[in-house]
Design a protein around this ligand. Structure first.
Ligand SMILES: NC(=O)c1ccc[n+]([C@@H]2O[C@H](COP(=O)([O-])OP(=O)(O)OC[C@H]3O[C@@H](n4cnc5c(N)ncnc54)[C@H](O)[C@@H]3O)[C@@H](O)[C@H]2O)c1
Length: 322
């Protein structure tokens, strides 16, 4: 079973990656602990039932799926449930689902009784390779995305790639946008494997390779002041496109795919990147003129810089051409 340890300033935590891991969580969870499973209403019951076998003492809190529900009102609903069930500091939250559930549950854990433990059990590819690691937790406030949040690392992360079998093809490809980004910014050989191999027959290994890259960035720059910003490759235009369309048209990884193509200037690299994105049915053309996106660009206002790739596997931060 591939496993990784992440070192953060608050704690060290382990990530386990294994096909079928949810079938034997008993060896990784404490039957004496009171667990609170938090999941949206689209997560198949089968995963919650598997986890229930290993947690004799648990409750389940569900909320409506989707980015608009990463909200203050869902946060209030969950806090209310924790109080109703008299949840104490020695309980532990299990965040079962995609990045929305992980960000929301992690934020609840960070503030309830000034902080209780939580474990990520990510079930989308995006959450398995990205959002479950690094400790960024948040909710949205009206249209402001991730504006209320914290850096609050989980106790553990349990990744079972088999859960991806029930994920919609569109959400699976959405995660591939972020996986391609890792190859582009930090690992040419991972990029070439994504381009030439069948990722889905060997997901365990691809997830582990992607997480090794995320580990490097979050350990080197936990608080996002320097090198971690390279993870934003494709995000300047990507975020602007998501916001321009009111978060209705593109999933995050799709918008990042378009943003990566826009952020590369070398024609050969652009061509190779487009080929790779097209292999995973991701969009590559920006349908909106840059001047229309300008109001949505989230540059660092003083620096106006973006991340680009001039050689596959190496990112650099340059003055923004947008
Ligand atoms: N914290 C971070 O570092 C970080 C990084 C990247 C993205 N994010 C956040 O992640 C969120 C997006 O996450 P996402 O793409 O996982 O979306 P999501 O959490 O909305 O999940 C997508 C959909 O897939 C369903 N689903 C999840 N697992 C499933 C499974 N195994 N089978 C069937 N259906 C399943 C969900 O119910 C949901 O409807 C955004 O809010 C973004 O801001 C956070």
């Amino acid at each position: 079973m591939p496993s990784l340890v992440i070192n953060s300033s608050k704690k060290q935590y382990e990530i386990l990656i294994e096909n079928g891991l949810l079938d034997h969580l008993e060896s990784h969870l404490d039957p004496a602990v009171f667990y609170i499973m938090i999941a949206d209403d689209q997560i198949p019951d089968i995963y919650l039932n598997q986890i229930a076998v290993a947690t004799p003492n648990h409750i389940i809190i569900r909320f409506p799926a989707g980015e608009p529900n990463k909200s203050v009102s869902t946060f209030n609903h969950i806090i209310n449930q924790l109080i109703v069930h008299n949840v104490q500091k020695d309980a532990c939250i299990l965040a079962v689902g995609g990045g929305v559930t992980g960000d929301l549950s992690g934020f609840v854990a960070s503030v309830y009784m000034r902080g209780i433990p939580y474990i990520h059990i990510p079930t989308t590819l995006l959450a398995q390779i990205d959002s479950s690691v690094g400790g960024k937790v948040a909710i949205n406030y009206e249209q402001a995305k991730n504006i209320i949040g914290a850096i609050y690392p989980p106790q553990k992360v349990f990744i079972d790639p088999i859960t991806l079998k029930t994920l919609s093809p569109r959400h699976l490809m959405n995660g591939m946008g972020e996986m391609i980004k890792y190859g582009m910014i930090a690992d040419e050989s991972l990029f070439n494997r994504i381009l030439t191999e069948d990722v889905f027959t060997n997901l365990e290994s691809f997830i582990a390779s992607a997480l090794l890259i995320k580990k490097h960035f979050v350990e080197t720059d936990e608080f996002d002041c320097g090198i971690r910003q390279q993870l934003n490759f494709g995000h300047t235009i990507g975020h602007a496109l998501e916001a321009y369309f009111g978060y209705q048209k593109y999933l995050h990884g799709e918008a990042v795919a378009i943003g990566m193509v826009a952020a590369v200037t070398d024609p050969q690299i652009k061509e190779t990147l487009v080929k790779c994105l097209q292999k995973y049915h991701l969009p590559t053309e920006n349908p909106v003129a840059i001047n229309k996106l300008k109001p949505f660009l989230q540059h660092d206002k003083k620096q106006m810089r973006i991340v680009t790739v001039a050689k596959i596997g190496y990112a650099e931060i340059i003055p923004s051409p947008f």
